[in-house]
Design a protein around this ligand. Structure first.
Ligand SMILES: [Ca+2]
Ligand SMILES: [Ca+2]
Ligand SMILES: [Ca+2]
Ligand SMILES: [Ca+2]
Length: 325
């Protein structure tokens, strides 16, 4: 009788804990694919908005002036840059827009373009000192709590727009150190710098594919800014867009099947999505104000929390077996 009472107690506590963990996960990560972006639609200044990946349910997530939002790899946080203290700093909020934390603190400079490492432990970003002229944007890497920032590029050229390889070993970025904008790649330890584009036009805004095989980027090599796809070694370049407007800021869907980007082909910037062959083009926003800098999170690609849950269940099963002995 005593044993049965204990068993019921253990099962009850287990169910309560598991349901609590499940609801905690639901509260912290989106249930379906979401896109965060910045827009001036309400305030005249950029603020961060969120919408379903089909363009529905647009609502403001972070107050102005905030821009360049990027999902953390687990979908629980969003990093962005904001002008809330007189300087442009990198911040992080929870996925529901709450609990803002400032990661950088600068007196004479601008921090921009945050990019999460694939394990979520580091953030690359661009720091541009306003004391130096000509300006010298550099790519820095810091811990995701803002500690230990270090200069990765350390070169007088204009170095911007970092994107991590999915194995966390490399960072691709834009630099004009050879006289025009190129996409370079560098190991996270600062070694093995390599020019991937090698083209006289402006090549910029790289985004590494989730499978690590491709890099999408922007180039004006055909007369205006279009979106291109290349292999991660720089080979096999092909154009995805074909429109006289600026097509820029591409980002991957979490499953690697779509590319979301911004374009002013309708007279002002809107967010569009397309397949990775350029097909199935679709307009997701439709507002006279600026809409840009999209970042996609899809829970289908998210594996950490289900694993945590199974570990928890396994832990309870083991406890259950111990108590039965
Ligand atoms: Ca530089
Ligand atoms: Ca170039
Ligand atoms: Ca174009
Ligand atoms: Ca718009």
């Amino acid at each position: 009788m005593l044993f049965r009472g204990n068993l019921m107690y253990v099962i009850l506590i287990g169910v309560l804990l598991l349901s609590g963990i499940a609801s905690d996960i639901q509260a912290q990560t989106p249930k379906k694919a979401q896109i965060v972006f910045d827009s001036i639609r309400l305030w005249g200044n950029p603020a961060i908005y969120i919408m379903d990946a089909d363009g529905e349910n647009i609502r403001m997530l972070v107050e102005p002036v905030s821009r360049e939002p990027v999902w953390s790899p687990d979908g629980r946080k969003i990093a962005f840059s904001a002008d809330w203290t007189g300087t442009t700093e990198i911040y992080v909020v929870d996925a529901d827009g709450g609990n803002p934390r400032r990661l950088t603190k600068t007196e004479h400079g601008v921090n921009s373009s945050p990019a999460w490492s694939p394990d979520g432990r580091k953030i690359a970003f661009v720091f541009t000192s306003t004391r130096q002229f000509p300006r010298n944007p550099e790519i820095y890497v810091m811990d995701s709590d803002g500690k230990h920032p270090r200069n990765l590029t350390d070169h007088p050229a204009n170095d911007r727009y970092p994107t991590w390889s999915p194995d966390g070993q490399k960072i691709a970025f834009k630099t004009d150190r050879d006289g025009n904008s190129e996409i370079y790649v560098i190991d996270v330890n600062g070694r093995n710098l390599e020019n991937l584009t090698n083209h006289p036009s402006n090549d910029t805004l790289p985004a590494w594919s989730p499978d690590g095989r491709k890099i999408v980027f922007v180039s004006d090599r055909d007369g205006n800014f279009e979106i291109y796809l290349m292999d991660a070694d720089g080979g096999n370049v092909r154009r995805l867009t074909d429109n006289p407007a600026d097509d820029i800021c591409p980002a991957w869907s979490s499953d690697g099947r779509k590319i979301v980007f911004m374009t002013n082909r309708d007279g002002n910037y809107e967010i569009y999505v397309m397949d990775i062959d350029g097909g199935s083009l679709r307009n997701l926003t439709n507002d006279p104000g600026f809409d840009g800098h999209p970042s996609w999170f899809g829970p289908a690609a998210f594996s950490v929390s289900p694993a945590d849950r199974w570990i928890t269940i396994w832990g309870w099963l083991k406890l259950f077996r111990v108590l039965r002995r």
